[in-house]
Write a protein that binds this ligand. Structure first.
Ligand code: ZN
Ligand code: ZN
Length: 349
C-alpha cells in the first residue's frame, strides 16, 4: 500500500510504500476513497497549539512517528478479520476516527471523542492519508449508501464538529439568525448543514474576500469583513435583531473577542476553532449579560451517525471540495496553513 508519512514535527510529508495489512480479529481493511485535510492536521504538523501569552501546548507526548495523518476518511471494505461483523466487502462507509479507550466514563456514555486516552485514527494511530486504512472494529464504520465518498469524507470531522456545535444552539437555530465567525472549511460546512436543519440563517464574519463570496454562495445572509471599523454595527444591521448565538469557528483571541462583544443578554457563544491565543474577557459583562460561553470538541460517534442519516435523507451536501492526489498531501497541508484553500481539500488516492 501507499501512505503519506509524517516523520517528525514540521517535516515534509512523504509518500512511502509499505506492506498492506491483513485484518486480524475484529479489524476491517478498507480501500480509501477520500481523506479530508483538516486544520487539526496542520496543528499536528506544527507540533503544538498556541494557548496565548507565549504559552504552547505541545503535541510531543501524544504523537508517535511515523504517523499517517487523516481523520476524515471514507472507503470501501476490501477485507474482514475473522471476527469482524456487520459490514460487507464492496460497501462504502465513513470511518469514525473518534475511538476511545472503551473503559472510561466518557466512553461508557458514548462520548468517545472526549476520552482522555484516545486512539483516534490519523492522530494516535494511522489514518486515511493512504490508499488503505485498517479500522479496529466494524462499529466505527457508518454506511454512506449512495453519497459521493469524496464529499462524504469531510463529514467525519468538519461535518461532525459543526453539526455538534450547531445543535448546542438549541431551538434558537430555527428562530433567530446566528453569527458565524470564519468561512473556511468549517464555515461553509456550517452554512450547508444549517439548510438541512431548517435554520433561519447566518451572518458571516470573514476577512478573506474570496471566502466571503463563497459564504454568500453557500447561503449566508451577509458576509462581513471583521477588519472593517464598523464591523459590529454591520453585523447588527444585517441580523436585524439582537445576537442570541455566535458560532466561533476560528478560535483566536480576536474572533472570540468580537463574538463576545456581539452577544446580547442571555446569548450563547460556542467556540470550536483552535487557531489559538488567549481571550481578554471583560468579566463583569459575563454575569450582567447572563451570557454563556461553551466549547465544543468534534462530536460523538452517535452524532456522526445522526449527521450521516440527515445528509443521506437530503441526498447529499453541496460542500465545495478540492480533490488532490495523495502525492500532493504536503502541498495541500501548506496551502491550508497559508489560508489558500477555499472549501475542503480531500486527498483521493
Ligand atoms: Zn479535523
Ligand atoms: Zn475512554
Amino acid at each position: 500500500m501507499k501512505c503519506v508519512h509524517l516523520k517528525g514535527f514540521q517535516s515534509l510529508l512523504e509518500l512511502v510504500d509499505k506492506p498492506t495489512p491483513v485484518p486480524m480479529g475484529t479489524e476491517v481493511l478498507l480501500k480509501v476513497l477520500g481523506a479530508g485535510v483538516c486544520h487539526s492536521d496542520a496543528h499536528i504538523w506544527e507540533g503544538h497549539y498556541d494557548l496565548g501569552g507565549g504559552r504552547l501546548m505541545s503535541m510531543a507526548e501524544r504523537i508517535r512517528f511515523p504517523l499517517v495523518m487523516g481523520h476524515e476518511t471514507s472507503g470501501e471494505v476490501v477485507a474482514l478479520g475473522p471476527q469482524a461483523k456487520g459490514v460487507s466487502v464492496g460497501s462504502r462507509y465513513a470511518v469514525c476516527s473518534w475511538i476511545g479507550c472503551g473503559e472510561c466514563r466518557f466512553c461508557a456514555a458514548g462520548d468517545e471523542h472526549l476520552c482522555a486516552a484516545p486512539r483516534f485514527l490519523g492522530v494516535n494511530r494511522d489514518g486515511g492519508y493512504a490508499d488503505h486504512i485498517l479500522v479496529p472494529d466494524a462499529r466505527y464504520l457508518i454506511d454512506i449508501g449512495d453519497l459521493d465518498p469524496v464529499a462524504a469524507a469531510p463529514l467525519v470531522c468538519s461535518g461532525l464538529t459543526t453539526y455538534s456545535a450547531l445543535k448546542k444552539a438549541g431551538p434558537v437555530l430555527q428562530q433567530d439568525r446566528i453569527v458565524v465567525i470564519g468561512a473556511g472549511g468549517l464555515g461553509l460546512m456550517a452554512l450547508n448543514l444549517m439548510r438541512l436543519l431548517g435554520a433561519k440563517g447566518a451572518v458571516v464574519l470573514e476577512p478573506n474576500a474570496e471566502k466571503r463570496q463563497a459564504a454568500l454562495e453557500a447561503g449566508a445572509v451577509a458576509a462581513i469583513d471583521p477588519g472593517a471599523a464598523d464591523a459590529v454595527q454591520q453585523v447588527r444591521a444585517a441580523l436585524g435583531h439582537p445576537v442570541s448565538f455566535v458560532l466561533d469557528l476560528v478560535g483566536s483571541a480576536e474572533s472570540a473577542g468580537i463574538g463576545f462583544e456581539l452577544l446580547d443578554r442571555a446569548g450563547k457563544m460556542v467556540v470550536v476553532g483552535l487557531f489559538g491565543g488567549a481571550m481578554a474577557l471583560p468579566v463583569p459583562l459575563l454575569p450582567m449579560r447572563a451570557a454563556t460561553i461553551q466549547g465544543s470538541y468534534i462530536g460523538s460517534p452517535g452524532e456522526l451517525r445522526e449527521l450521516i442519516a440527515l445528509v443521506r435523507k437530503n441526498g447529499g451536501l453541496a460542500v465545495r471540495v478540492d480533490r488532490r492526489p495523495l502525492a500532493d498531501a504536503d502541498q495541500a497541508l501548506q496551502d491550508l496553513r497559508a489560508g489558500r484553500v477555499v472549501g475542503r481539500v480531500v486527498l483521493v488516492p
